[in-house]
Design a binder for this molecule. Structure first.
Ligand code: 5AD
Ligand code: FES
Length: 377
């Protein structure tokens, strides 16, 4: 019986399970258009020529369903104060980092920058805070951003678990998308990544995700790839989870260890950074094959490993990039993981650099468009 939980070491049980699929030619699996768990496992294990075929097939599917287009969402990270203590996160409550607050004026000026740069939409992301004052502040900010952009700037929120009433209040104020990463679809793994203190519950997170959809948001989620204790089977299940929940958008990237977090103790037991990076590209490609018309974001953590990380994510099937438009002086403090890219650049510099890199890969940036998920009706 296999006890290995590492992605690097293929599990023998999985091997037996996937025997039937193993007999199939990789090309047949790729072109079947019907991807069950065994096919997904085969694709996750693809290397060399098979890896290239997978990326190229996903790129074709993306071109057919979405076009060679990329939409920008300007990301404002504020504040880095968080009430939670996730074992992987560099802004977790018990870490000592410089906690900053952006003033409303600083946030609105970042929004103005996004609008004037024709970004189409912005993402407001913060640590998880559940207080009436915070709810009210966000409601006010959403209204002000709508006003300053003549209702044109799309607004995505990524503010964690909140009550159904809060989600509704922000939706009514004008926010229309919400990102709530599930981090892993395996409840047992979720438990290992979070403290058992009543504040970190997989079920609550899932309920929140469903409540967001019900409220009417374009709902996004995501997972981290290459986590300690995570198996290849977990990743295949993550893809099936997105499908089952009929998610509108997904952002997923490699897990990157942070030395001041508890999970750092397991750094020897995870795949190398390069392996995590390639695995993340495979996850993006497989998701594009499985859910052809959704929005897939190339996560910033891809860029922390490879200078062309996000662009490679786009070539593997992603169609959304979230350039950081937080004022440069604060970026170093929103360090969810180490080597976070662009921490010392100002928003204008980021834009120029992304623009250039994407045109090299032959993709068009759709300025001034919201870029709604086609999955969302
Ligand atoms: N590595 C990669 N991604 C991380 N996140 C948090 N910590 C890490 C890390 N160490 C991601 C999680 C979280 C989002 C804000 O950033 O998905 O939900
Ligand atoms: Fe803030 Fe996990 S540490 S949500």
């Amino acid at each position: 019986m296999c006890t290995s939980s590492e992605i690097r070491k293929p599990c023998r049980v999985l091997k037996v399970l996937s025997n039937f699929t193993d007999m199939k030619n990789f090309d047949d699996i790729l072109h079947s258009g019907n991807y069950d768990k065994n096919s997904i496992l085969r694709m996750l294990n693809a290397e060399g020529g098979d890896f290239q075929k997978l990326i190229s097939k996903a790129s074709d599917v993306r071109e057919k369903y979405i076009g060679k287009k990329v939409w920008f969402r300007g990301l404002v990270e504020f504040p880095n104060i968080c009430n939670k203590d996730c074992f992987y996160c560099g802004i977790r409550r018990s870490i000592s980092v410089n906690r900053y607050k952006l003033t409303d004026e600083e946030i609105l000026s970042a929004a103005r920058f996004a609008y004037e740069s024709h970004y189409g939409s912005i993402v407001l992301q913060a640590g998880e805070i559940q207080t009436p004052a915070f709810t009210e502040r966000i409601t006010g900010l959403v209204r002000s951003i709508k006003k300053l952009s003549d209702n044109k700037l799309g607004i995505t929120l990524s503010l964690g678990e909140q009550s159904g009433e809060t989600y509704k209040e922000w939706f009514d104020a004008g926010a229309h998308r919400y990102l709530l990463p599930i981090e892993t679809s395996n409840p047992a793994l979720y438990k290992k990544l979070h403290p058992d203190d009543g504040k970190h519950s997989f079920t609550t997170r899932l309920d929140c995700l469903r409540s967001l959809k019900q409220t009417g948001y374009q709902t996004g989620t995501g997972v981290m790839i290459g986590l300690p204790f995570q198996t290849t089977e977990d990743l295949a299940d993550d893809i099936l989870f997105f499908l089952k929940e009929d998610i509108h958008m997904v952002g997923m990237g490699p897990y990157i260890e942070h030395r001041h977090t508890p999970l750092y103790n397991y750094r020897q037991e995870i795949p190398t950074l390069r392996e995590r990076f390639l695995l993340a590209l495979k996850m993006i490609a497989i998701l594009r094959l499985t859910m052809k018309d959704i929005n897939i974001a190339a996560a910033t953590s891809l860029q922390a490993i490879d200078p062309m990380g996000r662009e490679k994510g786009v070539m593997a099937g992603a169609n959304i990039i979230m350039p950081n438009i937080t004022p440069g002086k604060f970026r170093n403090d929103y360090s969810l993981y180490e080597n976070k890219p662009c921490v010392d650049e100002e928003p204008e510099e980021c834009l120029g650099c992304l623009d250039a890199k994407l045109s090299i890969t032959g993709h068009e940036i759709m300025y001034g468009e919201w870029g709604n998920s086609k999955r969302f009706r």
